[in-house]
Design a protein around this ligand. Structure first.
Ligand code: F0G
Length: 466
């Protein structure tokens, strides 16, 4: 059969709020035109994130009942450790309450001020944890990633030449570890090829620099490798994932993504000395090493979820949903980052709204138009999230791209929800000339996108592109 179906049926439902445009206008104004400040019950289709928002399977819900809540040495921990080891092969495994807790422990124990950490693309919490200890987070995406429209495969790859230059310039001693993020979330959810992971590892080995995988979406990356990289078509996703991890010396993981769980994560490594440091800090901030801030039932749900994420039929369906939306957007001429990534569609808001300057925050205009038209919640990844104050104190430097992300929760929305989303996108696209400029009326000193207040403004060029 050519039709790819959801490889599950629905046993429990959750009502979606259906609102009118008039109601949404009032709700958005009350939220200071920032969709982060909306109550979730005012949102019909919530595409803010794919993190922790997935639907668990009946197998996961039944595993919850097996949760052993013993403080130390619980049965659920053993099962979790065994599953993570089966997939990753790492010697030392530490549960954490989510991905950023693993990042914090890694950064706090391994980095000193002035150290440099290269990555194909740091996620913002990874970057923040590195910068918090005074180290420098450097993004080295491949050149192909810069062209948003090119259909090149594996645009999440790391640029090997720039990595070699960075090692030369910094000296290996100042690079306590290098990271690869699979898939590269900040770069559009683009995958990294096995060849790239292997070649990065070879280069790092010559300088004795350990490689850490940010493995949040490892199963989606394994699917792309199976489908698109030569020599992997006949391999299972588990087998491919094992090979990916075999090149790494450790990993940070958010189980809220490819753990198919609503909370959780882990930190893993092979080095015994690193493990001692991780364990000591884990006990201080997360909990005893056999639960790490999670309930025994969470460990059970994650153990099942990690394996379900590696089921081929599940990944094939997930990828088909992303492709379904991507091809509908492309057919209408809607500018999206191509090829579509693993967990999200990224719309190029600058190209969508050519009548707006970066300083008009076109991403905010587009996000708000999607909410007003269809009750859809998306997120801006542009000059609000990544804009920087100009060094001379005069205004702001724009982000390199003005993107809007539609991230897809796992196993949550059906094809008719996607059809509704396509219809909404279609209307907003046809009326794009009316998308408004916004200006910020209130903002926090950092991570301002979460709490900023906006108001519609007349468009004008207020700052320069970087
Ligand atoms: N690394 C990547 C690549 C991520 O996408 C995230 C989270 C994290 C680390 C941190 O994990 O949330 O469990 O602490 N990304 C979510 C998102 C929040 O919406 O993309 P966490």
């Amino acid at each position: 059969m050519r039709t790819i179906i959801e490889p599950f049926r629905i046993k429990m439902t959750e009502a979606l709020p259906i609102t009118t445009r008039g109601a949404r206008e009032g709700l958005l104004a009350k939220a200071f035109n920032n969709v982060f400040l909306l109550d979730a019950e005012c949102v019909t289709i919530d595409l803010l994130t794919d993190s922790g928002t997935g639907a668990m399977s009946d197998r996961q819900w039944s595993a919850l009942m097996l949760g052993d809540e013993s403080y130390a040495g619980s049965r659920s921990w053993r099962r979790f450790e065994q599953t993570v080891r089966e997939i990753t092969g790492f010697r030392h495994i530490f549960p954490t309450h989510q991905g950023r807790a693993a990042e914090r422990i890694l950064a706090a124990t391994r980095l000193k001020a002035g150290n440099v950490v290269p990555n194909n693309g740091h996620f913002d919490t990874t970057r923040a944890n590195i910068e918090y200890v005074g180290a420098i987070a450097t993004d080295l995406p491949s050149a192909a990633a810069r062209d948003l429209q090119s259909e090149k495969l594996f645009k999440g790859n790391m640029d090997l030449d720039r990595l070699a230059q960075a090692i030369e310039a910094e000296g290996a001693a100042n690079i306590p570890f290098c990271m690869i993020t699979v898939t590269n979330n900040s770069g559009g959810g683009q995958p990294v090829s096995m060849e790239n992971i292997r070649r990065v590892k070879e280069l790092l080995d010559r300088h004795n620099i350990p490689l850490i995988l940010d493995a949040c979406r490892f199963a989606e990356n394994a699917f792309f490798i199976k489908e698109r990289e030569q020599g992997f078509a006949d391999r299972s996703l588990l087998d491919i994932a094992r090979e990916m991890f075999s090149f790494a010396d450790g990993a940070t993981m958010s189980a809220k993504k490819d753990g198919l769980a609503n909370i959780g994560g882990f930190l893993a490594c092979n080095n015994d000395d690193w493990a001692d440091d991780f364990r000591n800090l884990l006990i201080l901030t997360e909990g005893f090493p056999t639960y790490g801030g999670l309930a025994g039932r969470d460990l059970e749900a994650i153990s099942v979820g990690l394996m379900e994420a590696l089921e081929y039929d599940y990944q094939r369906y997930r990828h088909a949903t992303v492709e379904y939306l991507a091809s509908a957007a492309i057919a209408r001429g809607i500018p999206i980052v191509r090829p579509a990534g693993g967990h999200a569609i990224f719309i190029d808001a600058a190209a969508f709204c050519p009548h707006l300057h970066a300083s008009d925050y076109p991403g905010i205009g587009l996000v708000n138009a999607l909410y007003l038209e269809g009750g859809i919640r998306a997120v801006e990844l542009g000059s609000v999230m990544f804009g920087k104050p100009a060094p001379d104190g005069g205004g702001e430097i724009a982000a390199p791209h003005e993107l809007v992300r539609l991230a897809f929760p796992r196993r949550v929305y059906t094809q008719s929800h996607f059809d509704y989303l396509i219809e909404t996108l279609d209307v907003v696209w046809r009326q794009r000339a009316s998308i408004k400029a916004y200006r910020i009326t209130e903002q926090a000193p950092f991570l301002r996108h979460f709490t900023a207040h906006y108001e519609p403004a007349d468009g004008c060029e207020r700052f320069l592109r970087s």
